[in-house]
Write a protein that binds this ligand. Structure first.
Ligand code: NOJ
Length: 725
């Protein structure tokens, strides 16, 4: 209920008024200093040290703070339990009572950690992504967090770049669809709901193209490629209602993204109509100076506000200089007003004016059976079986198994990168899960590979080796030049394989690795990414065949580090790539160019046949649609969940188009022996692309639709698009 005394003096508190009117009412009262205050975000707000600044209306938002109440304890330098105390200064102690907004990186789960985003992408399952977002939002909200900096939708084709772990893979449609699901999960249909938080699509734009895979490096890309590829998942997130977008650290063709007026204000805000907040990345405005495009923070502030960056994450450049820049006439007041409107709009839409305090006595965000169930489904769906000579599933009733490798009992490591709130002790480890299932039949080694591993392996009938990289080797600022397994692991695998007994390699990773020798030596290989709190339960259920493996690779695995980048969206050159002449076409003297493991690959414990696709009509108008049908048959003896994939190729266009591009897929459950007709509604707008003049177009002419189990095993059907008008 609205408090009438309050709404008389502060009419914007009347929740019955439309948000835009509330913003007008509030802004009419704000001084320039207070407006600038709304563009300033600090890290780790301190209710004592920052009290005066908050009360002066000079802080809009804080990142990292967590914990509604509980006093000012420090955990690794971050104040815990400070949110409501800081909020009280803003709401009750500042002239206008504008609430603070608390953001935190809640990337793949809060307490109940789900697989890293790349693992989530392997699920190809929008429903799971939405559930993961929902659980994360609920748990974060309990701690007073109102805003997360996720999902990351940087198109990722560069496995040297550590941040691919945080991405949703290499294709715009998969990335965009899962991002939209995550946004729905975080924000719900009403982001002011008690268990909802604002989402943030990041990093706008082109960050995945960082030169050499070196984090933060420069990006040289043309606008056509940006529009045809890199901007598309951002557009999907915006269409799904994402409330904020984060600017990227990189430049694009010489212009730092924090100063990129054309892309941020022009494309994102004006062309797409995004009315939310563009937040800087950490010191991103200050970094324009390091990038050599501004002489100092004052100039950087002017560039960034013109570009359309609304909220300054920690650089302090706006707070220090915007007022004076407006007063001197160098920056138009309208630009600051636009930024402030957006920040206030976010705060109103989140319901912060109605419910500024977070404390919920008795509420906890410890994992529950329900949250664990979501994490388990997601972790199971992240398991991608890429080789199996029949050793899997492990026979449940006979044979001894050695489980060895660095991830056997290291809960912390299985959470993955960017988990501020996950706890190692919440993780069900592979060691404990397999022990619980197999009892004495499994021997769990001590976690380090050693000569003892060989002795133990000799005694066991099968060895399950948990290989791969620790999360500290993936994620932000963790790029590598060599995507091979960490030092020493291959030597152990070689030695164990020489014993002549079947080896199952389970690969934990934040990026596509060079798995050449692993695939040669192991009888079965499962790529698991970093799977979160249900790591062990999920692994046991897949290895023992309680659940059929159904994940698919969301990124291409190149043959070696020297083959990077390799992806489905490579565009044709003047020299066709053909398998039989690959080695003659001058691409590499010393290797073929094909990927080690193609995008979309993922096996199950059965075999599935795909018939050739058929279409309801072979000609459609540019605004028309057709139905494509493909019959898939489970020809084996176990059930499966097949990810039936639909790709598109445009053979003649205004610009070079990808060799194949994923445009749709269907998750199809098949019982042993069952066959099903799978239908896709295909709309001509799925063939739209950005042409030479940078506008969207749908051409007349032939389009090839291709279906199959992955991007390398496809059957085509050609249709024609014609313009009826
Ligand atoms: C820098 C990272 O690039 C971004 O993804 C993250 O959200 C911010 N730091 C805040 O932690």
């Amino acid at each position: 209920m609205t408090d009438t005394t309050a709404t008389t003096t502060r009419p914007w508190l009347d929740a019955a008024l439309p948000v835009e009117e509330r913003i007008d009412l509030l802004m009419a009262e704000m001084t320039l200093a207070e407006k600038v205050g709304q563009t300033h975000q600090v890290a780790n707000i301190d209710p004592d040290a920052d009290a005066e600044t908050i009360r002066a209306g000079r802080i809009s938002s804080s990142l990292y703070a967590s914990g509604a109440t509980g006093g000012n304890e420090r955990d690794e330098g971050v104040l815990v339990g400070s949110i409501d105390a800081a909020q009280r200064h803003a709401v009750e102690g500042s002239r206008l009572g504008i609430p603070l907004l608390f953001g935190r990186d809640v990337i793949h789960g809060h307490r109940t950690v789900a697989p890293i985003p790349l693992g989530l992408a392997a699920s190809f399952d929008p429903d799971i992504a939405e559930r993961v977002g929902e659980v994360a939002a609920r748990e974060a909200a309990v701690e007073g967090v109102a805003w997360t900096f996720a999902p990351m939708v940087d198109i990722s084709e560069e496995p040297r770049w550590g941040r691919v772990a945080e991405s949703l893979g290499e294709t715009p449609v998969l990335s965009g669809r899962l991002a939209a699901s995550l946004v729905r999960g975080f924000q719900g249909s009403d982001p002011s709901g008690l268990d909802r938080i604002a989402a943030c699509a990041k990093h706008f734009a082109g960050y995945g193209l960082a030169a050499g895979g070196r984090d933060y490096d420069t990006v040289s890309v043309g606008e056509n490629t940006l529009r045809n590829l890199h901007l598309r998942p951002f557009k999907a997130a915006v269409d799904a209602g994402v409330m904020t977008v984060m600017a990227a650290f990189n430049d694009v063709d010489g212009t730092p993204m924090h100063a990129h007026e054309h892309l941020v204000r022009g494309v994102l805000k004006n062309e797409w109509g995004f009315d939310g907040v563009v937040v800087a990345d950490w010191n991103g405005i200050g970094q324009i100076v390091f990038q050599g495009v501004a002489a100092d923070n004052r100039e950087a502030a002017a560039l960034a506000i013109r570009a359309g960056v609304d909220l300054d994450m920690v650089s302090g450049a706006y707070l220090a200089h915007l007022e004076e820049l407006v007063e001197s006439g160098e920056v138009e007041l309208a630009l600051v007003d636009d930024a402030v409107r957006r920040v206030l709009r976010l705060k109103f839409r989140l319901g912060l004016f109605e419910r500024p305090y977070a404390a919920r006595p008795g509420a906890t965000n410890a994992p529950t059976p329900e949250s664990r169930e979501v994490a388990l489904r997601a972790a199971q769906a992240a398991h991608v079986l890429v080789k199996n000579d029949g050793v899997l599933p492990l026979d449940r009733d006979s044979g001894t198994v050695l489980l060895s490798g660095p991830f056997v009992d290291d809960g912390e490591a299985l959470l993955g990168t960017w988990t501020l709130d996950g706890r190692g002790e919440d993780v069900v480890s592979p060691g404990s899960a397999l022990k619980a299932r197999l009892g004495d039949r499994v021997e769990v080694s001590d976690g380090r590979f050693s000569d003892r591993t060989l002795q133990q392996s000799r005694r066991a009938e099968r060895t399950v080796m948990l290989l791969g990289e620790h999360p500290s080797r993936s994620g932000e600022a963790n790029s590598v030049t060599d995507i091979g397994l960490p030092h020493g692991q291959l030597d152990v695998l070689r030695a164990v394989a020489r014993l002549g007994k079947p080896v199952v390699a389970v690969v934990y990773t934040g990026r596509p690795l060079d798995l050449g020798e692993v695939l040669d030596l192991a009888a079965a290989v499962v790529v698991v990414w970093h799977p979160g709190v249900e790591a062990g339960t999920a692994l046991a259920s897949i290895l023992l065949g309680d659940v059929e493996p159904h994940g698919r690779l969301p990124m291409t695995f190149p043959l070696s580090s020297g083959h990077i980048p390799t992806s489905t969206h490579q565009r044709p050159t003047g020299r066709l790539i053909r398998a039989d002449v690959d080695h003659e076409e001058g691409r590499y003297l010393d290797a073929l160019t094909y990927p080690r493991l193609p995008f979309g690959l993922g096996l199950s414990y059965t075999t599935v046949d795909y018939a050739a696709p058929t279409v309801s009509t072979s000609t459609i108008p540019t605004d028309g649609s057709l139905t494509l049908t493909v019959t898939v048959a489970n020809t084996g003896e176990r059930p499966c969940r097949e990810v039936v994939q639909l790709y598109v190729r445009d053979p003649v266009a205004q610009v070079t188009r990808p060799l194949v591009e994923l445009t749709d897929w269907a998750l199809v459950d098949l019982a042993p022996g069952q066959s099903r007709e799978v239908t896709f509604e295909v709309h001509a707008e799925q063939f739209a692309y950005t042409g030479r003049d940078l506008t969207a177009r749908i051409d007349e002419g032939e389009v090839v639709l291709l279906t199959g189990p992955d991007s390398a095993r496809l059957q085509p059907v050609t249709i024609t698009v014609r313009n009826d008008s």
